[in-house]
Design a protein around this ligand. Structure first.
Ligand code: GDP
Ligand code: MG
Length: 167
């Protein structure tokens, strides 16, 4: 599909909340039945006259430590294959998490192939937005971090401006 945005990251960072905001009332959820893609949701929206599709991924990592990387690799690869722009989401409230690093290790392999934006969510206040600096250590994106609140919408307009510039 053309103009596809994928939201990737560990569970609980706010991916589905952003998804719901991006797709507004146009939400059309289709659950894929295959094992790997079971928890992916697809929706549609538009911004400044540009139409896009959004993929919400689950971020769930099942099994023991030694299969983490394999599971994450599959999820990230699917998202990267399907998307034109990838949003890698982290949570400023929780801070840097071991699973963020696991996802980032895999995401970094795709840098330069597709635009990847580092999105620090739950920046509901300016003070929280400042805490996003610690995520620079992940080495994702072109050095910018988009600080947003999927809950109250702050920062999401700037993020969408950047995303739809590719469409
Ligand atoms: P997902 O597992 O990554 O899809 O995360 P969810 O969208 O399900 O959100 C996980 C939790 O974080 C929920 O309780 C949300 O209400 C909460 N949440 C999501 N976005 C924000 C935000 O911008 N600010 C705050 N304070 N909470 C948020
Ligand atoms: Mg979710």
């Amino acid at each position: 599909m053309k103009n596809t945005i994928a939201i990737v990251g560990r569970p609980n960072v706010g991916k589905s909340t952003l998804f719901n905001r991006l797709v507004g009332q146009r939400k059309a959820i289709m659950d894929n039945e295959s094992g790997v893609t079971r928890d992916r949701h697809y929706g549609y929206g538009d911004w400044t006259g540009k139409y896009y599709s959004v993929i919400d991924t689950g971020g769930y990592v099942h099994g023991s430590d030694d299969v983490f990387e394999e599971e994450i690799r599959k999820q990230v690869k699917l998202a990267i294959d399907e998307a034109d722009v990838v949003l890698f989401m982290v949570d400023v409230d929780a801070g840097l998490h071991g699973l963020d690093e696991e996802f980032a290790n895999v995401m970094r392999r795709y840098q330069g192939k597709k635009p990847i934006y580092l999105v620090a969510n739950k920046a509901d206040t300016n003070a929280r937005a400042h805490a996003a600096g610690e995520f620079y250590a992940l080495g994702i994106g072109d050095g910018d971090i988009f600080t947003i609140s999927s809950q109250n919408g702050s920062g999401t307009g700037d993020l969408l401006d950047a995303v739809v510039s590719h469409f």
